[in-house]
Design a protein around this ligand. Structure first.
Ligand code: SF4
Length: 230
């Protein structure tokens, strides 16, 4: 860094860019003091399960924290709970969840081997997209989960998940097919399983995306037996 003023200029630009993307309440504060930082995901869930930081708390049945292996190497992140997820308190249940399970199985992952979460933890009414201020309030929780789990790879499911995770305003076509980063973790983006149920023509592209995911996983982690391609 050449000078202090250059450092402050860059810092100011960074915060201005983040505020433009996420609003002024963006991702720094998880709302926990250093003395009550959770040590386990369950402790973290207990701390936030009654969260009312955004308006989504008013219409939810319950907060959908996330599920799966706390030491997962692969994390799947969707957009937000739907009706079934809100009722059952678990992400990706119902038809879209079953399709996600089959997608994961096709590259050798069982559902309970990965960790599954969403950008927002409470159901947006009528399954609308989460608003940017809701995402800004909830994102510190997801960041904390990623910090605690430390996956090697993240699969973002759908445009809304990809855009909000990466702070990019691109189409799914623009987000797919390349490796992004989120807090030092590699991210691939593919179609949301619910979108695949509506538009089966996108299955081919999804298949290509998850083959790429498995290739990167094999290169970076390499703890899985070869896929049976027959
Ligand atoms: S969506 Fe997130 S920030 Fe909003 S109430 Fe639910 S847990 Fe809290």
């Amino acid at each position: 860094m050449e000078s202090k003023s250059q450092f402050f200029d860059l810092t100011e630009k960074y915060f201005a860019q983040q505020a433009a993307l996420y609003g002024n309440d963006f991702y720094l504060d998880v709302g926990l003091s250093s003395s009550d930082q959770p040590e386990t995901l369950d402790e973290f869930y207990q701390q936030i399960k009654n969260c009312q930081k955004c308006r989504l708390s008013q219409s939810r049945k319950g907060l959908v924290f996330g599920t799966g292996n706390p030491n997962a190497k692969l994390m799947c992140i969707g957009e937000g709970p739907g009706y079934d997820e809100d009722q059952q308190g678990e992400p990706f249940v119902g038809a879209a969840g079953q399709l996600l399970n089959r997608i994961l199985a096709s590259i050798g992952f069982a559902r309970d081997e990965v960790y599954i979460a969403n950008i927002v933890k409470c159901r947006p009414p009528g399954n609308r997209n989460p608003e940017s201020d809701e995402v800004a309030e909830c994102m510190p929780y997801l960041k904390r989960q990623v910090e605690m789990i430390r996956p090697s790879l993240i699969l973002a499911l759908g445009k809304v998940a990809g855009q909000n995770l990466l702070g990019l305003n691109e189409s799914i076509a623009g987000l797919r097919g390349r490796v992004h980063m989120f807090d030092g973790v590699k991210v691939l983006v593919t179609y949301h399983p619910a979108a695949l149920l509506r538009t089966p023509q996108w299955k081919r592209a999804t298949w290509e995306d998850i083959q790429k995911l498995r290739e990167i996983y094999d290169r970076d982690v390499g703890d899985k037996p070869p896929l049976n391609k027959s």
